[in-house]
Design a protein around this ligand. Structure first.
Ligand code: SF4
Ligand code: SF4
Length: 108
């Protein structure tokens, strides 16, 4: 997968590599950094929000999208991944207390 925004080369970096463009992480495609991608089991997810809180890249989306699980429990929100922003660090899977997130090889 190719990036939509190329990172500057070393000689193009500002002194101290300061970030001059606020919020630029939202425009950088980080998907090609990934070796593994997180996959969520919506049935196991208890909507605790931990993955949303801990993701360092804002790649977990909290959507106003109701979901009813197999036991008939209704949730008002659904968490999904924005894979364009996800770098595959695995923090979300590590923090999920009910193990609803599995990291799978990117090629699968
Ligand atoms: S941490 Fe796990 S249970 Fe909590 S919202 Fe994320 S996937 Fe669902
Ligand atoms: S793998 Fe890392 S970057 Fe991707 S959604 Fe999980 S915490 Fe965020």
């Amino acid at each position: 997968m190719t990036s939509t925004t190329l990172a500057p080369r070393w000689h193009e970096m500002p002194p101290g590599a300061v970030v001059r463009e606020l919020g630029n992480s939202a425009s950088i495609d980080r998907s090609d950094w990934r070796l593994e991608r997180p996959v969520r089991d919506q049935e196991k997810c208890i909507r605790c929000r931990l993955c949303w809180i801990y993701c360092p890249d804002g790649a977990v989306l909290e959507l106003d999208k109701p979901y009813i699980n197999r036991n008939g429990r209704r949730y008002e929100v659904t968490y999904e991944f924005d894979y364009r922003l996800c770098k595959g660090c695995g923090i979300c899977a590590e923090e999920c207390t009910v193990k609803a997130i599995t990291m799978v090889p990117e090629a699968l």
